[in-house]
Design a protein around this ligand. Structure first.
Ligand code: FAD
Ligand code: SF4
Length: 801
């Protein structure tokens, strides 16, 4: 079997191997890479730096993939020489490896300008996962970070560092940002957006030296001015890694020169990716190198035929809320007819340049929703004579399916990974694909920046025989992120108000779905220390009462553990008389409901009651039902009433993903139905069983046993751990019974009651912080609550003894 050796375990090298495997060509394959990781999506390093993804989430081919395909992988190994005559490579471990076919896929390295001080501690580049980890290690609140370079990479690095809490300055040699992708007007719009994020931008500055001793402390410019810096990122450009090409005696200009078949000047040595130069162009983007990889795989596998004709370059800035897209030749000049639109108030700038009636280039800042249409026109060279009125704004998409149908098969759907409409349709037909996850696995489409996801869905809908719409994983159309990711984004980007989130990650307006969900997430994440926006809450939350079908309201005061006093009952009766309450009803949760109250009477009703709100109107803690337990029942083994009252006191006034109903019973006869509650305490001889995830409403589910403990203290502690864990991990509007089933009780146990001590301490601590900030809704600016209702948290043994 022929020995195929690939140098470089990056995106292009591995993409080429993937394609060779598809050709079923028989090779004994070795991949040698000097990074210490399996193949990952380098494009997404920016989102790792910004805390939007973990390193694990950007892996493209896990170790198993190499094993399954019998690929010998040598990571952490640098190839130092190529002997083209003997057909061997040498590496820094001293090994010599023979090849029949060699692929150089060595990519690029960050270009370092000649500035004194680059060797100081705290000076970084941004190219690899290790660079990203090192940056994350150094970044932090108050760290002064300077990014040298205002191109795509520099800006993404700047935003990532800023999200990590750094005070960031971008220093750029030129007079506008991203001048290779944007004209001066576009660059100015971009600068405004970057500055609005809180990143300082210095233009027209030449860096002369990096200052400091062993550690970098500042940056000096050619005009003598200086700024402080604890961390410097050099993002001044990239240079193709061509050393091995030179050593092998290949023709090398700026990159290793290849022809249309991706052949170098040596018949058995090939090159692909950022290290190559094709027709005088070195590409620095993923889509072109994936096109190259396909052609090279065909050539190597003995199907020499498809050729590489060069790629249209398109770049998209991956900073959430800063939409920038640029493609093709957008410069003015002889023969160019530019069409522009700009709206400073909206921050939108568009420039479309035609040559001979065809699109030659485009710049979009502030609104990139149309980028795939322009890419299509660029690739196909469509005659736009009849589209002139719609050059800047397409007709409203009455039928998005039609839009997809009209796309050419060769049109690229996923620009990050370079997947065409034809490839997607082919995969759907050949592999019987019916879901987006299957499509992602088969084609890798939509695994990059995610902007093509809706297009992929449209194609699936149109073509897949049994298209299955997967449960919507994103919150809603206005904030299209999975709740899990969103929680991470809010946390890492330190967002504290709903409007801020909508401005950066949404459509600026939000809807009835996302606004309450975001309100909840912010409240939970920041333990109540967030900017509360009452208008983002549901109407019931805003008026702190349940609206009834006749427009009147119902009021349910809190009656902890279902235990009340004659004094409270008298006040309730007086209120019922005074406000002519139409019905006084005992609820299923051992509480008293006053129905038919007019909205304008609500504050006075609360004041006259002098009791805290029972939170019956919100996604929060409803009640703890209790039985009489050891106090009065001959079967009672535990004091369920006191335990239930204490549990209610600990959790009340807190918001939860959905309503939470609880119960405590003194023995397994279960008179207060603890086995069908979100959290239940069941007294047994010598202890308690703590059960979670039960339901007896629209769904009926017996709760799962979380843990059996000996003391009331321990039972309440377990309940607390689960309660906070549910608050932090469930999706908004997910009841505990769905959550426990989705997560699995074993995982819930492992991450709560059986978690390491620091994890448990974290859960308790955050719960206490939230509780410390929680306020009774009826008391806020309305009415003083009866003082006896507010008993501070006290140690449980005191409370129930
Ligand atoms: C932060 C960041 C964001 C980006 N964003 C985008 C984007 O939004 N869109 C886009 O299209 N592109 C983007 N890119 C560019 C894109 O990632 C690259 O075009 C692509 O990764 C190049 O692939 P490659 O395989 O040619 O090179 P690489 O992915 O760099 O792989 C080359 C590999 O070879 C290894 N190597 C080099 N020399 C040797 C040797 N002598 N011995 C052993 N191993 C060696 C290198 O360490 C590396 O692992 C981004 C890049 C970065 C760094
Ligand atoms: S659950 Fe047990 S302790 Fe409680 S009232 Fe019923 S029988 Fe008595």
């Amino acid at each position: 079997m022929k020995k195929l050796v690939v140098v470089g375990n990056g995106m292009a090298g591995v993409a080429c191997v993937e394609q060779i495997l598809r050709h079923a060509a028989a090779f004994d394959i070795t991949i040698v890479g000097d990074e210490t990781h399996v193949n990952y999506n380098r494009v997404l390093l920016s989102s790792v730096l910004a805390g939007e993804r973990s390193p694990d989430e950007i892996v493209l081919n896990p170790l198993d993939w190499y094993r399954q395909h019998n690929i010998s992988l040598r990571v952490g190994t640098r190839v130092t020489d190529v002997d083209a005559a003997r057909r061997t490579i040498s590496d820094d471990g001293g090994a010599i490896t023979a090849f029949d076919v060699l692929v150089l896929a060595t990519g690029s390295s960050a270009w370092m300008p000649s500035i004194p001080g680059l060797d100081k501690n705290g000076v970084f580049v941004f190219r690899t996962l290790d660079d990203t980890r090192a940056l994350l290690g150094r970044a932090g609140a108050g760290v002064k970070a300077v990014v040298i370079g205002g191109g795509l990479l520099g800006l993404e690095a700047a935003r990532g560092l800023q999200v990590q809490g750094c005070e960031v300055t971008v220093v750029h040699l030129m007079d506008t940002l991203m001048e290779r992708q944007l004209d001066p007007a576009g660059g100015t719009y971009l600068r405004d957006k970057i500055e609005a994020l809180g990143v300082q931008v210095l233009l027209g500055r030449r860096t002369q030296a990096l200052l400091g001793g062993r550690d970098v402390t500042g940056v000096e410019f050619s005009d003598g001015s200086r700024i402080d810096a604890d961390l410097v990122v050099v993002a001044a450009g990239i240079r193709p890694n061509v050393d091995l090409g030179r050593k092998a005696g290949l023709t090398v200009n700026r990159g290793i020169v290849v022809n249309d078949y991706m052949e170098t000047s040596h018949p058995d040595i090939f090159a692909v990716g950022e290290c190559v130069e094709h027709n005088g162009v070195c590409y620095g983007l993923v889509a072109p190198l994936l096109e190259q990889a396909k052609v090279l795989a065909a050539t190597i596998s003995g199907h020499r035929g498809p050729t590489y004709a060069g790629s249209v370059q398109a770049a998209k800035l991956k900073i959430m809320g800063v939409d920038v897209f640029s493609a093709g030749a957008w410069e003015d000049g002889p023969g160019a007819s530019p069409v522009r639109f700009e709206d400073p108030a909206l921050g939108v700038y568009k420039k479309v340049v035609l040559r001979d009636g065809r699109l030659s280039g485009v710049i979009l800042v502030g609104d990139t929703s149309d980028s795939h249409r322009y890419m299509d026109w660029l690739r196909t060279g469509a005659d736009l004579a009849t589209h002139r009125r719609q050059l800047l704004f397409p007709p409203p998409a009455a039928d998005t399916g039609l839009d997809v149908a009209q796309m050419a098969d060769s049109a690229t759907v996923c620009g990050c990974v370079g997947v065409t409409k034809g490839a997607i349709i082919g995969a759907i037909h050949q592999q019987g694909i019916n879901t987006l996850s299957q499509l992602k696995e088969a084609t890798r489409a939509s695994t990059g920046c995610g902007s093509c996801t809706s297009l992929c869905q449209e194609l699936l809908k149109a073509v897949a025989p049994e298209f299955e719409e997967e449960a919507p994983k994103v919150l809603c159309g206005c904030v299209p992120f999975a709740q899990e990711n969103l929680r991470e984004i809010l946390r890492s980007q330190r967002l504290r108000s709903v409007q801020e989130v909508l401005d950066i990650y949404g459509d600026g307006r939000g809807c009835e779905i996302c606004k309450p969900a975001l309100s909840y997430m912010l409240d939970m994440l920041w333990c109540g220390d967030h900017d509360e926006d009452r208008s983002a809450r549901f109407i019931n939350d805003r008026v702190h009462a349940n609206i009834q079908k006749d427009g009147s309201f119902s009021v349910i005061p809190r009656i902890r553990g279902g235990v009340t006093t004659p004094d409270e009952l008298r006040r309730i009766a007086d209120v019922a008389d005074k406000y002519r309450v139409r019905m006084v009803k005992i609820t299923g949760g051992q509480r008293i409901d006053l129905l038919g109250i007019r909205k304008e009477d609500l504050p006075n009703v609360w004041a006259d009651l002098g009791m805290p709100s029972g939170q019956a109107y919100t996604k929060g803690v409803r009640m703890v039902k209790t039985c009489v337990g050891t106090d009065f029942c001959r079967f009672g083994t535990q004091d369920s009433t006191a335990a239930g009252i204490e549990m209610e006191r600990r959790f009340e006034q807190l918001f939860t993903p959905h309503k939470v109903k609880m119960a405590a019973v003194g023995c397994p006869r279960n008179c207060a139905e603890a086995t069908v509650k979100d959290i239940g305490l069941i007294g047994i001889d010598g202890g308690w069983q703590v059960v979670v995830g039960g339901a007896a409403g629209k769904s009926v589910r017996r709760a799962d046993l979380l843990i059996t403990v000996e003391t009331t203290d321990a039972a309440l502690d377990a309940a607390e751990l689960f309660f906070q864990y549910y608050r932090e991990h469930a999706n908004y509007l997910e009841r505990t019974y769905d959550f426990v089933e989705r997560a699995g009780i074993d995982k819930v146990r492992k991450e709560t009651v059986y978690a390491p001590d620091p994890v448990k301490a974290g859960l308790r601590d955050r719960l206490r912080k939230s509780k410390g900030r929680a306020r009774d809704a009826w008391q806020e600016g309305h009415a003083p609550v009866h003082p006896t209702q507010f008993i501070p948290l006290q140690p449980i043994d005191q409370a129930i003894s």
